[in-house]
Design a protein around this ligand. Sequence first.
Ligand code: RB5
Length: 149
Amino acid sequence: MSRERIPIGAAHAGFELKEKLKGVLAELGYDVEDVGTHSAASVDYPDYAHPVAREVETGKAERGVLLCGTGLGMAYAANRHPHVRAAVAWNSEVASLSRLHNNANILVLPARCITAEEGVDILKTWLDTPFEGGRHERRVEKIEREEEQ
Ligand code: RB5
């Protein structure tokens, strides 16, 4: 079976945690594609959100990971892409529910609001939790059908 490719991107505030999570993903057997940033120098978060979201939008990757200070800017940018459901998760319970109920396909981590250890736990939980389907299938479908409401 081919390894799942996970694109990952961060703004400066998430750079350090991204470096750690890249190692965790590789250890878990994922094929990591780092779209940057590659240092702690100040950058603009949309420059990293869009490349990762584009991969998920086009189906080149099933899931992706983004990090910034609060997670919010990355989520705003990523969620503009069709078929992208980017979830800011600040603990493992939110991460788990974002997969179970929302079939989130991008995990956004608020690097300034969590410890590195929490970040690792959140990532692992998110990766290992499947979509529950059932009634949630209909609700997720409705996200993209706002014009019918
Ligand atoms: C960068 O200072 C900060 O604005 C960014 O990391 C993120 O929190 C934006 O939403």
